[in-house]
Design a protein around this ligand. Structure first.
Ligand code: ZN
Length: 307
């Protein structure tokens, strides 16, 4: 995209206020089975969503407007045109950035929703770490019998991906997230020790590291050093999408340690298509070195003669 007068930006701005969907109708009324499935999936056990007088979880708002695989009537061309213009200008990538909802009125089983959506705003041209493009915000108003029940504001960034400074620049291996809950594990790894958290209340071993025990709720813990022996409990072979610093295909294993806990890691020592469930493996600490410095990671090598 050229610098200077942003002609594209001006064309995009013209879409502000245009309808993205008109007179949409929910495919099903608000209903108890969908509420129950959603609550089970989310692990939400609130009594407000069950029995006589139940309301739908407010954050289900968008659920009642979904078109499913067959789509919706009432969608206008404006939104597609807007995205088409962006695609043509090289802003071919998209990322959802945030969502805001408001709930003026609870939804209850039996409510039949209607909705309209509008292209609320298109930002000026912005440059982010991902690339240069435009934030597009749409707002959906959900109504029951003409009364506003909720608004759903959804923002995306449509952008032209930033090029890497140099093709020769090797992508860096992502770093593990080390925080106060997991620091002990990574300190162990740096010393080539695989440490498992143990609840001092009930003795249950756990991995990944957590602040408290899932079995008894106790917050106190110590560690035991794993023998390093394990088996492949499950695995996937990654083909797509590619991640920087990783060259597909490669196998990602879920390793069950002899102590019973499981951890995700690389399986090394055999080609990716020779990894099998039940394969005996042993921990190995591998050093990686790049611009960001040294990094030690536990990987699991197939025990000799087993591959
Ligand atoms: Zn416990």
């Amino acid at each position: 995209m050229s610098e200077g007068v942003d002609e594209l930006g001006a064309r995009l701005k013209a879409y502000e206020g245009r309808a993205a969907a008109v007179a949409g109708v929910g495919k099903d009324p608000v209903n108890a089975p969908m509420i129950r499935h959603w609550c089970e999936a989310m692990g939400d056990t609130s009594k407000a969503y069950r029995g006589p007088g139940a309301i739908a979880p407010p954050t289900m708002l968008q659920v009642w407007t979904m078109g499913g695989l067959s789509g919706h009537e009432g969608r206008t061309d404006a939104y597609d045109e807007l995205l088409g213009l962006l695609d043509e200008s090289g802003c071919t990538s998209v990322v959802a950035t945030d969502c805001e909802q408001e709930y003026p009125r609870p939804l209850r089983p039996g409510d039949e929703v209607t909705f309209d959506a509008v292209i609320e705003s298109v930002s000026d041209r912005k440059t982010t770490k991902l690339g240069t493009g435009y934030f597009v915000t749409t707002r959906m108003d959900v109504r029951v019998g003409g009364e506003l029940a909720g608004t759903h504001r959804f923002r995306i960034l449509k952008y032209a991906p930033a090029r890497r400074k140099s093709q020769a620049e090797r992508p860096r291996r992502p770093r593990p997230v080390v925080n106060r809950d997991t620091a002990g594990f990574w300190e162990g790894v740096a010393q080539h020790r695989l440490l498992i958290q143990r609840c001092t209340g009930c003795g249950t071993l756990r991995h990944p590291w957590l602040p408290g025990c899932n079995a008894c709720g106790c917050l106190d813990w110590d560690t035991v050093e794993a023998s390093g022996e394990g088996t492949v409990y499950s695995y996937v072979v990654m083909h797509h999408p590619p991640f920087p610093a990783f060259e597909p295909p490669y196998a990602v294993g879920l390793i069950e340690l002899a102590e019973g806990v499981r951890m995700v890691s690389n399986v090394v020592g055999v080609p990716y298509d020779k990894v099998r469930i039940g394969l005996p493996v042993r921990v190995e600490f591998r050093g990686y070195e790049d611009e960001e410095g040294a990094l030690v990671l536990p990987v699991f090598r197939v025990v000799e003669g087993e591959g």
